[in-house]
Design a protein. Sequence first.
Length: 167
Amino acid sequence: MAALLIEHDPLLINPLDIAERIITEREWAFDRPIEDELVAEVSGTWCNFRIWFTWQPDLGAMMFSCAYDMKIPKCHHATVYPLLTRINERMWLGHFDLCSEDGGVTFRQSTLLKGGSPLGQGYIEELMDIAITECERFYPAFQAVVWAGQKPEDALRFAIFETFGEA
């Protein structure tokens, strides 16, 4: 049986140290329960978000997620899955998941940092900003499908509607 051998790169810094500095500067409430995990609370327009960073030094990978402070009841999961598919088709970075156990909706993005991949404050700031922007953008679509009974394509049409110019 073959075994996967992964070398630990001692020069690879923990990106959560950078994330913690940014979160501190933004004055967000956070916790660092262990060295390789960071959790923060962020106030949004529609709801609060919980962001997580998890660092896997052996893999040289960082997982980031941004979860809505809402739970989709199991009886609505079947109507939300088509909406998730339509949203994810439009995503350039990351994707949205629906947890089958607790009904939580989460934006996720993983980054491989081994092999000389650069990572800095700008990257982590952009990652958090993009996630929060996308979560804010699609929140009304989830609400419209779950609570107003709209079809996913109709709910999404309003979420991606963009205005130009000034009134």
